[in-house]
Structure formats: structure tokens, C-alpha cells
Ligand binder design. Sequence first.
Ligand code: SAH
Length: 463
Amino acid sequence: MFLSLTTTHCPATDLGYLLLKHPDKVHEKQLAFGTAHLFYPEAGEGRCTAALVVDIDPVGLVRGRKGRDRLFDHYVSDRPYVASSFLSVAIARLLGAAMSGRSKGRQELADTPIPLEAVIAPLPCRGGPEILERLFAPLGYDVEAGPHPLDPDRPDWGPSAYVTARISGQVRLAELLTHLFVLIPVLDNQKHYWVGPDEVDKLLAKGTGWLETHPQQTMIAKRYLKHRSGLARATLNALAEQVEPAEADMLEAQDEAEATLEKPIRLHETRLDTVTRVLLEAGAKTVADLGCGEGKLLRRLLKEKQFTRILGIEVSAASLERASRRLKLDHMPLRQRERIDLVQGALTYRDVRLEGLDAAAAVEVIEHLEPDRLPAFEQAIFAAARPKTVIVTTPNREFNATFEDFEPGKLRHPDHRFEWTRAEFEAWAKDVAKRRGYAVRIDSIGEAHEDYGPPTQMGVFRR
Ligand code: SAH
């Protein structure tokens, strides 16, 4: 299988800096299924091409496979020869830094859209060559699919499912590589490895900035996830929940409104300090911040040495990016950096990354979920992830009566789907605890009003 990348950006040999592969050398990488070679068939000022050729060992592929997982029933298969998930793996392994947008010595160029053309041959287009157009054209590429006849001697048999694809545009190299990485296996409609929940995260991470609005996102998710419908649905839900940048700004303004409302009582600070203290007292070492937003709790957790592993999980890419900036993850000393991870994910789906932790906290998150998604949250956190301690905080709706000029019935934040009274929260918490084998204690956060109770309520679940 063959992929070439060509630029006419001047000097074109800068492609070597972007790919972090010197044009004068032949580069080789041993992969589990064969060898990937990268070399430059042309490297001039005006035009430079890098070619990636993956040599797959067809016998090695069949050997050792058995049962239903077996990928190939015969030695004769197209797998060693056509572009597929093997090529995506080769891209990631050989050109991973370029795909993530990093360059040594030409960072500015890496950040700039330049004329690029990718040729992939032969590329299987399951469903017809028009699928190629439907996948790449919405991303702004010009697409050409050169057909390959099924049999050159029998034109009446028509074209095969394979094409020589030419995809060109003015793009950042990282974008082009990412699009190829995701969409080649989608075109092929197969994958050579088992697909589990972590593939959802890979797809969401690689899809940031383009998949949210791609008109073929359903087909992409289904095919990328090997038609495992639960995983595809999880992806589509997470994509739908992702806040558009404009909307994110709006939400930020709304967050400020909520903050203003609660400011006189410094409620958010109190809340975060309380949760940190409860986590410390629980003796937790490994903790997750569920719906970490911009990372205010994470910042506090980082300061406590007791926490050796801290995981922030959040559905909104925009919030995660802000968290990463605010925590200065990129400039953190390595020892500190190794303690923390930020990941994108939805709390309403089982997530293996949350399993095996000592504790998890969902601070002001459940009221952002649709009430009919609460059972899914319960399942994902209390049944699947099952940390020893779970902390859940949420507003006490009764307390709203104490805010000045606050319309009765209104909620504190426009994105809140509900706010519970003390009795409602307690009933939910006790039910969950009973169903899932936890003991729960309900606590107050903030100064309580004698009639309306505290501004925030907290459930501390232990098992
Ligand atoms: N815990 C943070 C943020 C609270 S705002 C703090 O106290 O500052 C609620 C956060 O939950 C938002 O960042 C929102 O994007 C996130 N969220 C909402 N629904 C989610 C879901 N299903 N999965 C993960 N995060 C979610």
C-alpha cells in the first residue's frame, strides 16, 4: 500500500521539517504486521514528495489467528496490498508528531495551511467511489478517484471497489494526516483490530474541529467503530453535546451570571475546598474530576501530594482546552505532569479509563444532564467505574428564594436541566446508594438559610 504527500509550498523541501523526516534518507519502521518505509522520490525547491510504503507480511498476518476473530480465511486477500487501518497505524507510528501538528524548526509552517496533495493507491471505497467525495469534499478538499477495472481484459466487468485517490487542498499538514488517519479505515469499512470504548475517545480526539459538523458523521462513526452501534451512538451523542465555540462563549457569560449570583457567598470556592477536603479525608490517592470544566478543582487537587493520579474528564472540547491552558499543562514540570491527565468523554457512557480509581467527584454536573440520562450516569459511575468514594454536589433549589430579584421558578444557570430540592436530592441519592451497594451521607455546603437550607447540597457515597 502506498501513500504519497506532495507540497508545492516554497521551499518545498521544508516538508522534511514538517514530517520530521530528512529528505536525503530512507526511513524505516518495524511494525507488528510488517515494515513501513518512508522516502522522498522528489525533493526540489518547487515540489517535494514523501512516499510512505507499507510492506505487510501476508503469511505473518494469517498465522496465529484463530476462531471468530480470524481476519483472513485465505492467504489470498486484499489486506496486504490496499490502504486500510494498517496504513493508519503506519501514519501514526511514523508521522505521529506531524499528525499532532508539531514540527522541529518550522512550527509556524506546521500551523499554516499550505498546498498539499495526498495520493493513496490502491484505496478501497466500499460503497462506490462517490463515498470518497462525500467524505473529503465537505472538508474543503478537491477529490479525484481514478478507477481500477476489475479485470483489464474484461471491461464488461466494470470497475472494482479500488481507486487511486488524489486528495488536494490548502491545509495544515496535521489536518490532512488526521483526516487520512480517520477516513482511510472508514472508506475501507474494516479494521484489523478489535474495537472497544477507547476507540470512541480516539475518534473524538482525532475528530476535534471537523467531525462535529461533518455531514457524514454518522457513517464515519459507524464504520470507524466497526458497526458497534453502542459505541457509534456514544460518539454521536458526545459530538452532539460538544459546544460550538460561539455557544461556548455564551455559556461562559452565563457561567459568569451564575457566579455573580453566588459570589457574595463565595460559594464556588467553598464548594471546591469542601470537596478537596472530603477527598483527602477519604484517603483517596487516585481521583477523577467528572465534568471538570475549566479545571478549578483539578488545580486544587494538584496541590495535594496525597493525590498521585488525577484524571479530569469533560465532554466539551472547548472547556478542556481552557483547562489545559489554565493549568499550564504544557509547561508543567514532568513529575507534576505525570500525575494528571485530561480526557474527553461523556459521563453517561461506561468509560474504562474511570475504572479502578479510589474516588470520583462530580461537582455541579448532574443538573446539566437531562433527567432521563441520570440512570445512564448512575450506571456508568456507580455500576461500571465504581470508585470507593463518589462525591456529587448540586444546587439546592429551595435556596434560590434567597437571591435578590430572582424570579420564582427560574434556575441558576440556563444550561441547568433541573435543580432539586433537598428532599428530591436525598431521595435520588439514597435510591442510587441502595441499588448500587453504597452508603451515602448528605451534607451541606455554604451557609444554610434557616428555612431554605444550604445553597449547595453534597452526597458522599462510600462502598
Ligand atoms: N465541575 C466544574 C464544572 C461544572 S459545569 C466546576 O465545578 O467548576 C458542568 C460541566 O459538566 C460542564 O463543563 C459540562 O461541559 C460538563 N458536562 C455536562 N454534561 C456532561 C457529560 N454528559 N459528560 C461529561 N461532562 C459533562
